[in-house]
Ligand binder design. Structure first.
Ligand code: NAD
Length: 293
């Protein structure tokens, strides 16, 4: 049966490596990496994400700056805060927690973040550079970057292999496909309009699933020995759980783990990698801005 790709363990290793580098940077040049997080409104889930990001920063010695704006703030106010972080030398990364309130235009807001501090990697110029041959973005979006890090750390060969990404969202599927292509895989993208997706996924040496449909990918969708990265986080009813539900991925783990060569569990796979990659992007930014090798 498949080797388990332990994202929780890798994320911990990554955080430890970051903590060492943060300390070194502080000792050698007296600079502490800083991450600014802008939250608009009071969505409970967004508040939790922001709190977790802050805690993760503290644990590795990255300084975090938080701005909390009321739901009825104007787009201009948000952009003003971004502008002041853009020019603040103690801030190396700026993150706008999504979703923004409905009256704001995401694109206007995200475009205001300096591409050199865009640690989420969502600025169109960073996405554009990710798509271009011979160019590199300043930052790669955290979740797909975490997927690639797992493949690398588990020694999964990518060059020349067939990869299938299921899902084409701006934050996961599309950048994951671009990254696999940059790593010299031959990439297909399966999405909601794809006919007979299983015929395509069966050819894949590597599958990244980012759909949001519980257990969509069955055992017979998978080529024996393939590496499976399951990004999906889907609640399903579970009367035996104290919360009444449990979380499962987009891949039917029970079936897939009998066929695949390696697979990420849900939870404990890609999930913990996302914040680790945000810390990694923030450190990388501080190193680049201060020319610290
Ligand atoms: P999204 O809703 O923005 O995009 C889903 C994509 O799946 C779309 O491109 C759509 O075309 C495709 N799709 C929908 N139904 C399909 C089907 N039946 N077959 C094939 N493709 C189909 O979602 P997202 O933001 O990319 O997130 C996807 C999943 O990953 C969700 O479960 C989300 O909770 C999870 N997620 C996890 C992390 C993390 O681990 N840190 C981060 C982001 C998202």
């Amino acid at each position: 049966s498949a080797k388990v790709i332990d994202g929780k363990l890798v994320a911990k290793q990554v955080r430890e490596e970051i903590a060492v580098e943060v300390t070194k940077m502080k000792d050698v040049i007296g600079i502490v990496p800083g991450l600014a997080v802008i939250l608009v409104g009071s969505r409970k889930d967004s508040q939790t994400y922001v709190r977790n990001k802050k805690k993760a920063c503290e644990a590795v010695g990255i300084k975090s700056y938080e701005v909390n704006l009321p739901e009825d703030s104007s787009e201009e106010e948000v952009i003003q805060h971004i502008a002041s972080f853009n020019s603040d030398p103690s801030v190396h990364g700026i993150l706008v927690q999504l979703p923004l309130p409905r009256h704001m235009n995401d694109e206007n807001v995200l475009n205001a973040v300096s591409i050199e501090k865009d640690v989420d990697g969502f600025h169109p110029l960073n996405i554009g550079r990710l798509a271009m041959q011979g160019r590199d973005p300043f930052f790669v979006p955290c979740t797909p970057k975490g997927c690639m890090e797992l493949l690398h750390r588990y020694g999964v060969e990518i060059k020349g292999k067939r990869a299938v990404v299921i899902g084409r969202s701006n934050i996961v599927g599309m950048p994951a496909a671009l990254l696999l292509q940059k790593a010299n895989a031959t990439v297909s993208i399966v999405h909601s309009q794809t006919k007979n997706p299983e015929e395509i996924t069966r050819q894949a040496d590597i599958i990244i699933a980012a759909v949001g449909v519980a257990n969509l990918v069955r055992g017979n969708w998978i080529k024996p020995g393939a590496a499976i990265i399951d990004v999906g986080i889907n609640p399903v009813d579970d009367p035996e759980s104290p919360r009444g539900y449990r979380l499962v991925g987009d891949v039917c783990y029970e079936e897939a783990s009998k066929v695949a060569g390696a697979i990420t569990p849900v939870p404990g796979g890609v999930g913990p990698m996302t914040i680790a990659m945000l810390l990694s992007n923030t450190l990388e930014s501080a190193k680049r801005i201060h020319n610290f090798k």
